[in-house]
Each structure stands twice: as C-alpha cells, then as structure tokens.
Design a protein around this ligand. Structure first.
Ligand code: CDP
Length: 221
C-alpha cells in the first residue's frame, strides 16, 4: 500500500445493481474505513422534493437543499434528513423513478459534492456512486468501476425489492434501471463514465466475496 490505510481514499463508480454499495460497505468494515453512499444523498434530496411538492419547482428545491441537513450514522447505513431517519423512505419506487432527474440539476450536484468532499477531507474513506472517481475525488488513491450485465443487475435489485416486500417483476426492474442508466450516462453534468485511471471490474456471475477479494487485492499490492 502506498499510504497507511487510515489515509487512503477509495472511489468507486458504476451503474445501479453493479454491487458497489454492498462491496464498498463490506470493504469499509474490513479495513476500518468510513463508508460514503453518495447515491443516498441524491435520494434524500429527491425525498425532500417529493415531501415538499417542489419536484417541478427547481428554484425552490435548490433553496431547500441549501438549508437541509443530511447526516449519516452507523457508518453510512443510516441517513438522516433534518434529523429524521429516512433510510427506508429513500428506497421507494417513487424515489427510484425521480432520482436521476433531480440528480442531473447542476446546482444540486454542486451542494452535494461540496458536502461529500467535506466528509472525505481527512481520507480513510471508501465512497461510491456515479461521479466519485471523476468529480468528487479525482485524486483518489484507488479508483474502481464496477459493472455487470443489465439482466444480472435487474435480478439483484429485484431480490432487494422482494426483501422490502415491494411487488414488482424482474422485467419492470430492468426497465427502471435501464431508464436510469440512460439518464445517468447521457446527462450534461457529471455523467457516469469510466475514469481513465479506474480499474474496471465486471461483477457478472461473481459473488460479493469474489468482488471484494479482487478489489482488496489491488489495494494491497
Ligand atoms: O443503488 P443504485 O445504484 O440504484 O442507486 P444510488 O447509488 O442510490 O443512486 C441513485 C441515483 O442517484 C443514480 O441513479 C443517479 O441518478 C444519482 N447519483 C448521482 O447522480 N451521482 C452519484 N454520485 C450517486 C448517485
């Protein structure tokens, strides 16, 4: 390792269902690092928009975002919006459907990225999302891009939704993540892309443990 573990920054990007969240969370536990779920922050802002009925009123939404307080607890497992635990509410189908449209607004990204950079300023962090390797932590010590076939990603997300008792089908989930992939990769500001210096890991057919081993293997060399 080039630096001691307590100072390194690991950034990870990839599309929905590529395994980033589970892998990043487990690596954070294994290496004693802070875990940052950047998507949860865009989801919290989307919930803020829905709760206040301002999803069409971007100016009002930007004002609300500037005033709101987003905090994590339990090493990134729980997220609080203005002191209210919204960890479950941010994963509903309504939020899934709207989040990519809210996340493309540059002023909102600006606020959220500032917050993420403050959280990561001291290092010892593993952060995942869509623009962590390119915009938020361009100088990260290690960068990874996780991917998998769309069918496999849909199956994984479908299994998560089954656990939450959400009634849906694999085809519907596949359509939802395909629509989100399209929005996230084609947007003007901070689109999802593979950073030149990122290591690409195809997680199709791999278990979580196999992916963790691949990533930790790179970190230890
Ligand atoms: O877990 P999943 O991949 O479904 O999504 P997420 O990581 O919770 O992110 C939800 C959405 O937030 C993404 O589809 C993006 O539209 C947006 N996002 C973003 O724009 N930039 C990030 N760094 C993270 C998420």
């Amino acid at each position: 390792m080039s630096k001691i573990a307590s100072h390194i920054t690991i950034a990870m990007d990839g599309p929905a269902g590529s395994g980033k969240s589970t892998v990043a969370r487990r690596i954070a536990e294994k290496l004693g690092m802070l875990y940052l779920d950047s998507g949860a922050m865009y989801r919290a802002v989307t919930l803020l928009a829905l709760e206040n009925g301002v999803e069409e009123d971007i100016t009002k939404l930007i004002d609300l975002v500037k005033q709101c307080i987003i905090e994590f607890d339990d090493n990134g497992k729980k997220i609080f919006l203005d002191s209210v635990d919204v960890s479950e509410e941010i994963r509903t189908p309504e939020v899934n459907k709207l989040v990519a449209d809210i996340a493309k607004i540059p002023e909102i990204r600006h606020e959220i990225v500032k917050h993420q950079q403050r959280i990561g300023a001291k290092g010892n962090i593993i952060a995942e999302g869509r623009d962590l390797t390119t915009i938020v932590f361009p100088d990260a010590d290690y960068k990874f891009y996780l991917d998998a076939s769309i069918r496999e990603r849909a199956k994984r997300r479908y299994a998560d939704l089954q656990e939450q008792n959400v009634k849906t089908t694999i085809d519907a989930v596949e359509a939802e993540i395909a629509a989100r992939d399209e929005k996230d990769t084609s947007r003007e500001h901070s689109p999802l892309q593979i950073a030149d210096d990122a290591i690409r890991v195809d997680t199709t057919g791999k278990t979580i443990d196999e992916v963790i081993d691949i990533i930790v293997g790179h970190i230890n060399t």
